[in-house]
Design a protein around this ligand. Structure first.
Ligand code: B12
Length: 290
């Protein structure tokens, strides 16, 4: 199709995607048609189609659309490079695991998800399974929801299955000195569950309180259990009120370490005495060393 330029409808048919998907890719990621013919809508050239094919392949594999689009836009044009290099992609083993998990989630196949997650945790350990397999699948599903406002059921079943897989990791024995909680009204807990499972695998017990812990309940739990460390997770700015952290710090017997984790906390300074955690590995290392 050297000189052929396709309408949006023809391009969508050739790729097997909806025209609305092409429009979204155009508006959000700049993957639009580039040939202009007077009196006509713009048309998709061979180079445009190459880029769309990369976008389609990577998103089908579970790569987040923004990242897939970056690879697609980085494709060399045919004229300047007669043999375009295929877009580099994550390592095949990890890539196919993420693809398998994302596809199983899309078809609501909980058993297949359980099998994939169980194997990933067994073979890679919790930390790599979370970072290399669960996180990309969750982000892909979240992006799909954001782009379409559909597949909430997929997000729920995937979350539930991730929770089950992480909870199946054997608990560490001993008296827990680490308290893990989500901020008030915060329903996102999976990263905390990954943290609890990773610490358990390293023999460190924790108390995981889970979602939506009101400030006063958190203070009561601290007073009753006297933890050495408290990690408070906020996923969304709506729940990242730093006042919650300051109240823990000002408790009569504050923990040695008070950590704010998650993208919901404000980017600038947090109240004095609060440690910010930005990744699972860092969090495990710090907490295990206490
Ligand atoms: C699963 C999920 C849910 C599940 C949560 C289930 C559970 N038990 O946790 C359910 C269905 C409940 C849910 C609900 C909602 N969700 Co939701 N959800 C997600 C999803 C798909 C994954 C969340 C997750 O676990 N992320 C963890 C990892 C995968 O992502 P991350 O936090 O960006 O990771 C970074 C860091 O946090 C760090 N990191 C990763 N792991 C760890 C671990 C530790 C210990 C540390 C320190 C750091 C760390 O590394 C990453 C790179 O920087 C995200 C999509 C996404 N992109 O995250 C949406 C997402 C977070 N949800 C979103 C929204 C809007 C909602 C709802 C408001 C939807 C609604 N309209 O009702 C509600 C929230 C209600 C509430 N009061 O909280 C938005 C948030 C947008 C925003 N910034 O405000 C997102 C981003 C989806 C989207 N693209 O629109 N959600």
């Amino acid at each position: 199709m050297a000189d052929e330029a396709l309408s949006a409808g023809a391009a969508a048919r050739r790729l097997g995607v909806a025209v609305t998907t092409l429009r979204t890719w155009h508006q959000r990621y700049g993957l639009g048609p580039s040939r202009h013919e007077s009196g006509h809508h713009r048309r998709y050239t061979a180079d445009d189609m190459d880029r769309l094919q990369v976008m389609q392949r990577l998103t089908a594999q579970g790569v987040a659309p923004a990242e897939a689009a970056a690879w697609a836009l980085a494709q060399p044009a045919r004229a300047s490079a007669p043999e375009p290099q295929p877009a580099p992609a994550p390592a095949p083993d990890q890539q196919s695991t993420v693809r398998g998990l994302t596809r199983a989630a899309m078809r609501l196949d909980a058993q297949a998800m359980r099998d994939i997650l169980g194997t990933a945790i067994r073979e890679r350990g919790v930390m790599a399974a979370w970072t290399d397999v669960m996180t990309p699948a969750l982000i892909a599903v979240g992006d799909r929801y954001e782009a379409t406002l559909r597949f909430v059921e997929v997000e729920h079943l995937l979350s539930r299955t991730v929770t089950e897989a992480l909870a199946a990791v054997q608990h560490a024995t001993g008296s827990p000195r680490i308290l893990l909680a989500a901020a008030d009204e915060e329903q996102h807990t999976l990263p905390l569950e990954a943290l609890a499972a990773a610490l358990a695998q390293g023999g460190v017990p924790t108390r995981l309180f889970g979602a939506r812990v009101p400030s006063q309940a958190l203070l009561d739990a601290i007073a009753r259990t006297g933890p050495a460390a408290v990690v408070l997770w906020s996923q969304r700015p709506a729940t990242g009120d730093p006042g919650q952290l300051a109240r823990v710090r000002d408790a009569p017997h504050p923990p040695l370490l008070i950590a704010a984790a998650g993208p919901g906390w404000p980017e600038g300074d947090l109240p004095t005495g609060i440690t910010r955690l930005t990744g699972l590995t860092e969090a495990v290392q710090l907490l295990a060393s206490l």
